[in-house]
Ligand binder design. Sequence first.
Ligand code: ATP
Length: 327
Amino acid sequence: MKKTKIRRIGVFTSGGDAPGMNACIRAITRAAIRQGLQVYGIEQGYKGMIEGKMRPLTWHSVSGILQLGGTILKSARSDAFRTKEGRAIAFEQLKHFGIDALVAIGGDGTFRGALEFMNEYDIPIVGCPGTIDNDIYGTDYTIGYDTATNTAMWAIDKIKDTANAHDRLFFVEVMGRDAGFIALRSGIATGAEAVLVPEQIVTIENLLAKLGRILSHRRRSCIVVVAEGDELGGAIDIAKKVQGQFKDYDIRITILGHIQRGGSPTCFDRVLASQLGIEAVQALLNGQTGVMIGKRHEQIVQTPFEKAVKYHHELNPTLLKIIDILS
Ligand code: ATP
């Protein structure tokens, strides 16, 4: 661990935006100011770092953002930062603005970028996990996941009303990339009849048999929540495979899409983001670098970026069983 004299930190949001990122920016800014540091906000993640889009953040400039979705610093993906030349320019920009440490709020791609950067340049970086997918190793929950899951639950509840009214079989696709966290939790919370997640292989034959059993009990409707990264395909593909198998039921598809990214963060996400942000600043001041701040079993923990990007956050198998028991 290297003790560094840090005077000015830069904070940025990178990768997919997630509700609660603003709460984290606020926490980092205020915790740092309390410790006598200056804070710069870097716009559009690594893209803005390369382009020199940075501005001072003050105690007051982050007031009123705690409850806002999105990110006041904007987010972006940057191909230029994947190159040595791009990272060299980014480092020059940080030097130009006098920034001597960074807090990165983002997903595993963001931490991969941070690792590359730290291997080449002497700049401390600490990360806060911000992504709706909850797919990051080293934390039970990522910032934005709880809000996204509640949004999915809210939307599926409404779909269920209309599904019931017309005896329909609905395939509802939710986000999560290669992870099924949003699908599983929103499926349990809405009493979905089936949930398809990438972590559990289900053949089309298995699915048809399950739906056949469920629909033969003359249910009014049936909801299947599909994670966008499921092996069987997205909701459209799966609905095509099921088409014509259940004559009494109309099939409908809803893709929830970006609605899951927006909106005011839940209480859970606001508190998580605030706590992780404060701890990230403290970690930098303690001389730590190359670690992601997370929360496991209610304890704040640090995970080296190498591990956070190498390992997967596994779905809880007990939760997977709930759907089978209850549907
Ligand atoms: P989300 O999980 O919400 O998608 P993320 O942080 O994983 O968020 P990515 O698009 O994967 O999002 O990564 C964000 C940015 O990090 C990329 O656009 C790129 O600029 C940088 N990055 C990712 N991987 C690397 C890498 N191996 N080397 C350098 N930079 C990288």
